[in-house]
Design a binder for this molecule. Structure first.
Ligand code: GDG
Length: 468
């Protein structure tokens, strides 16, 4: 059986006992790596003052080699904070207004991809299967091919692929498209993303479907499909069911004094629609003055990418929205929005999901959104809460028991909050059961298995067709 080589920007390292860190993706990929042994390569998290850092750390544990490469400060600024997070992330989330394109940062992005390729090649064995993750590393396959690598290489995009009109705004659009075509398999979160990608190929005359599941792109065959990522459904359900004794969850419950809890959990990112969600909650309070003191929104939002200016600005905006609502509607006994930037442990998170009568998930655009799935998996089967879900989250294509909203429509979201809070038990159970059945059969292990099975089906030596 082939070894698996995984490459991602960051590498979730196991603890001293070899347990993978919490998080569905880390657990599933670790399980796949352990099966036949393998390598997980990525950035070490360290940046140095050297122009070309040589630091490469290798840790061996349980048949897995973790290979961690240092980057220079310039690499980090240009590749990660620059091109990946200030160009690709906003454009792929349909925020052309936030894209800050600089030629130097683009050069840094391609330079780091070359560095990853240089470091990876000496470690590869002929029948290794390589799985590259996410938008930081799109050009990696092409760089590996240029170095003579003929192994099967797959790519999974965790974020959305936007319609052609949006993505053509990317100054290196063709290079990025060619970079993706260098893979044997390209995986997206949803059919919608896949259709958008094929639409891009068609519009420029670069490619189209040749046979089902296979694209002919830039004179080469590439398999493409949707692989919606799942969560550790069973683990979440078990964690949530046994949180009764967790102090934080109990304290939270007591402090609510019987008011209904609505929960939002997001990395503090402009794609998550947090400010619009707060506005919608305020609109709900204004339309339902009798509910004052009876409903509380808990918004958990750990800081993220604080080196990127657009994130700092958005943090200030969310804080001011929360302050405004609490100032206008709060009383000495009741704070309508509890806003925390602290990161919580998974058991606490699962307990809070279960405590909440409503999961409010309102991204403006999201590849999948795991929080929506975790909220559902954490519910009490006998008395489940209601998921309110943005139609612009990838998860909306699977979780058909949610109340769907358009996050730009504040009135609609406010109405959905009212509907969710008053939904009868039998309807809540019926909606939840449908979603839970799906999450049980499509968990993160299913996702990992399905992607790797498809990659293993790619014909041998498909990559030999790429020379440039
Ligand atoms: C990208 C795509 C896609 C959050 N706060 C805490 C905490 N979290 C965990 C959640 C969830 C994860 O972070 C966030 O996952 P999302 O899916 O919502 O979002 P991104 O980080 O943007 O991820 C996304 C995903 O990749 C996977 O493919 O779904 O669309 O953007 O698991 O639980 N976890 C803990 N404490 C917190 O305070 N323990």
């Amino acid at each position: 059986m082939s070894r698996l080589v995984v490459v991602s920007n960051r590498v979730p390292l196991p603890d001293e006992n070899g347990n993978p860190p919490p998080g569905g993706l880390a657990v599933a990929v670790h399980a796949a790596l352990r099966k036949n042994g393998g390598i997980w390569m990525g950035w070490s998290g360290r940046s140095t003052g050297e122009e070309e850092p040589q630091g490469l750390t290798t840790l061996e544990q349980d048949k897995i080699s973790y290979v961690l490469t240092d980057l220079s400060q310039a690499d980090l600024d240009e590749y990660y904070n620059g091109f990946a997070n200030r160009v690709l992330w906003p454009i792929f989330h349909c925020r052309l207004d936030l894209a800050e394109y600089a030629r130097q940062e683009m050069a840094g992005y391609f330079r780091v991809n070359r560095l990853f390729a240089d470091r990876l090649v000496p470690m590869l064995e002929p029948d290794d299967v390589i799985w590259v993750h996410d938008y930081h590393l799109i050009p990696l396959a092409q760089e590996l091919r240029k170095r003579g690598v003929r192994n099967r290489i797959g790519f999974f995009l965790h974020i959305p692929w936007p319609p052609a009109d949006i993505v053509t705004a990317l100054p290196v659009y063709e290079i990025i498209m060619r970079g993706l075509a260098a893979y044997d398999l390209v995986g997206f979160q949803t059919d919608y993303d896949l259709d958008n990608f094929v639409g891009c190929l068609r519009r420029e005359g670069w490619g189209d479907w040749s046979t089902p599941g296979w694209l002919r792109a830039f004179d080469k065959e590439v398999a493409a499909a949707a692989f919606p990522i799942g969560i550790e459904t069973g683990d979440f359900a078990r964690l949530a069911a046994k949180t009764d004794g967790l102090d934080l969850v109990t304290d939270m419950e007591q402090s609510l004094h019987g008011s209904a809890l609505i929960i939002g959990v997001d990395r503090l990112d402009y794609s998550k629609g947090i400010a619009a969600r707060i506005d919608a909650f305020e609109r709900y309070l204004m339309r339902n003055p009798d509910q004052a003191g009876k409903v509380t929104l808990l918004q958990v939002a750990p800081h993220s990418r604080s080196d990127v200016p657009e994130y700092l600005e958005m943090q200030g905006q969310v804080e001011s929205h929360c302050g405004r609502v609490n100032g206008a509607h709060g009383t000495i006994e009741w704070v309508p929005i509890r806003y925390v930037n602290q990161s919580l442990t998974r058991p606490v998170l699962a307990g809070l999901y279960r405590l909440a009568k409503v999961g409010l998930v309102t991204p403006l655009r999201d590849g999948m959104n795991l929080v929506a799935k975790e909220y559902v998996a954490s519910q009490d089967p006998a008395d489940p809460g209601v998921l309110i879900l943005s139609r612009f989250a990838g998860a909306a294509r699977e979780l058909d028991g949610a109340i769907f909203i358009n996050p730009y429509d504040t009135e609609q979201t406010a109405g959905a909050i009212g509907r969710a809070l008053s939904m009868p038990l039998d309807e809540r159970i019926a909606r939840w059961r449908r979603m839970m059945d799906h999450l049980e059969s499509h968990d993160v292990l299913w996702w990992c298995r399905t992607f790797l099975a498809a990659l293993n089906e790619a014909p041998e030596d498909n990559g030999a067709l790429i020379r440039e």
